[in-house]
Write a protein that binds this ligand. Structure first.
Ligand code: FAD
Length: 508
């Protein structure tokens, strides 16, 4: 997130409804970035309602969010029981028995001005590299497989500068961490349940009334009330774009257990009969969950399947959740901006939700009203930008399902053959025909991420850049072997992830 400057002195009163990850991220960022502008911020949350209680895996952008608030990494990690995350391992997605890691890094380097994956595809087609051979040419994948972690180098000429990383953290502790930060910057927290919402004559929200009878008036309302969408939907009836036809999973069950040995520096997503299971290793425990489609599996069976594969007893009762994949038709309406689950949810497969919160907050700051009167242009631009990103992320997540070769259950048969958005169909066709990924230069998931999933799930382009043939097979083999050796050596030189984490133990 950039440093945002509000041009005019503004006395806008902001009310954030909800104290989950979205509410407290918004409160922390707004209080820091709008300091000195005259903006006042209040956050209302209800302990009785609680938060969704999941959402522990992130993507590298979160580091920019934390850094922009001035968080010290060691302090943040110890207070949130965080671990480092080099990528996501996908097991059994392409075919049963397959495993690949989507790292936060590109594979290999250009050879003769041609992207590495074109050369790799030629070698793969000729049988000179194995299907999982891509792992060897990725430093973070090698490190992840060895259970090692090291910070990337800030020196762009260093081989260690070629990857990024994210965190896995305890969502409740992170919200608490943000809360302390926001309250220290003047955010006023009110405990209470919103019972009523009153609208002005122009349809904007005027105030919310708590169960206690307290009435809270504001100029701008940030709806972080979770799946309920209390303001954006409950009061304003904005409507929801349902994407279940593309992303059919609609339920989840989550349960924590002890870690099995030192926490791995990556998240795992294992495809199952009617969905997939996650494993997110934190310092003090592992988060486990089963995301599934209720049309293909019932809740009891899903819970039993999750419990059956835990290697330690559950540390809490399993928590069941329901959701509808999709997004609010508009995320900023009148004087209400929805951020977090109230704005939409694409299912947790690539850990995108917290990033979309971060993006929403960044856009809100970019377009922050300079007075209590809202400019519809700001809302229109916010909605355009958020729609674009939701659709890009949606396509990337659908890819994991549609690019399966599995035909062993009705769920996978459905996913493999379902209709997909034209935007994704075009991208997939370009890759299948010629290995083209240059369409993905903007947004959350860039070219390397798409390549990781395509090749990881055995989608090999039929033709590649003809210039790749100008380099001899022997030279390509030599360069691939050299790259693999570099990666192996560099990964081996990194400390064990567990050893690094021991430096970030919670200070009491
Ligand atoms: P919530 O956590 O539900 O918070 C809502 C807040 O609103 C609460 O404080 C509640 O008390 C308050 N509230 C609601 N109604 C009222 C009322 N009437 N009065 C007062 N207060 C009220 N995201 C990731 O990035 N990575 C992941 O790995 C990931 N995994 C997920 C797994 C699952 C199964 C699910 C469902 C989601 C996952 N997410 C993940 C998404 C992530 O959990 C959310 O983006 C994140 O927790 C933000 O939630 P929220 O703050 O919008 O909502």
């Amino acid at each position: 997130m950039k440093n945002h400057h509000i041009k005019k002195q503004s006395n806008v009163r902001v009310l954030i409804l909800g104290g989950g990850t979205a509410g407290w991220m918004a409160a922390a960022a707004l209080s820091a970035k709008l300091a000195g502008t005259g903006v006042s911020i209040r956050l209302v949350e209800s302990a009785e309602i609680g938060t969704v209680g999941v959402g522990e895996a992130t993507v590298p952008h979160i580091r920019h969010f934390n850094a922009s608030l001035g968080f010290d990494e060691a302090d943040f990690m110890s207070r949130t029981e965080a671990t480092f995350k080099l990528g996501i391992e996908f097991r059994d997605w392409g075919r049963k028995g397959d495993a690949y890691i989507h790292p936060f890094a590109a594979f290999g380097r250009e050879i003769g001005g041609v992207p590495f994956h074109h050369h790799w595809t030629r070698a793969r087609r000729a049988g000179r590299v194995p299907a999982d051979g891509l792992d060897a040419v990725s430093l973070p994948i090698q490190a992840a497989r060895m259970g090692r972690f090291g910070h990337p180098s800030p020196d762009p000429s260093s081989f260690f500068s070629t990857f990024s990383y994210a965190y896995q953290f305890d969502a409740g502790l992170y919200a608490g961490y943000l809360r302390a930060y926001a309250e220290a910057r003047g955010v006023v927290r009110t405990e209470g349940k919103v019972q009523d919402v009153s609208l002005r004559a122009d349809g904007h929200v005027e105030a919310v009334t708590l169960e206690s009878g307290e009435r809270l008036v504001a100029d701008l309302f940030v709806d972080c009330s979770g799946f309920r969408g209390l303001l954006i939907e409950g009061a304003l009836k904005t409507g929801y774009e349902d994407w279940t036809r593309y992303l059919p999973c609609d339920r989840a069950v989550a349960v924590p257990c002890a870690n099995d040995g030192p926490p791995a520096p990556y998240t795992r997503a294992t495809a199952r009969d009617a969905g997939w299971m996650w494993r997110i290793p934190l310092q003090h425990r592992a988060g486990n969950g089963h995301v599934y489609c209720s049309g293909f599996m019932d809740d009891d069976a899903a819970e039993q399947a999750l419990l059956a594969q835990l290697d330690h007893p559950p540390q809490a009762a399993p928590r069941r959740l329901r959701f509808t994949t999709g997004k609010r038709r508009r995320q900023w309406v009148g004087n209400v901006v929805a951020i977090g689950l109230s704005a939409g949810f694409l299912e947790p497969l690539e850990s995108t939700s917290i990033h979309l919160i971060q993006l929403g907050i960044g856009r809100l700051l970019d377009l922050f009203p300079t007075s209590a009167d809202m400019d519809p242009l700001d809302a229109a631009e916010f909605n355009r930008l958020m729609d674009l990103e939701y659709e890009r992320v949606r396509d990337f997540i659908i890819l994991h399902y549609v690019a399966t070769q599995r035909d062993d259950t009705p769920f996978w048969n459905h996913c493999r053959t379902m209709a997909i958005p034209d935007s994704l169909a075009t991208k997939m066709e370009l890759f299948k025909q010629r290995g083209i990924v240059t369409l993905y230069r903007d947004g959350m998931f860039l070219e390397p991420s798409w390549i990781a999933v395509y090749l990881g799930q055995n989608i090999l382009p039929t033709h590649v850049d003809p210039r790749a043939a100008l380099v001899s097979d022997a030279e390509i083999d030599r360069l691939i072997a050299m790259e693999a050796e570099h990666c192996r050596r560099a990964a081996s030189s990194m400390p064990a992830h567990g050893e690094i984490l021991s430096r970030y133990k919670v200070q009491v």
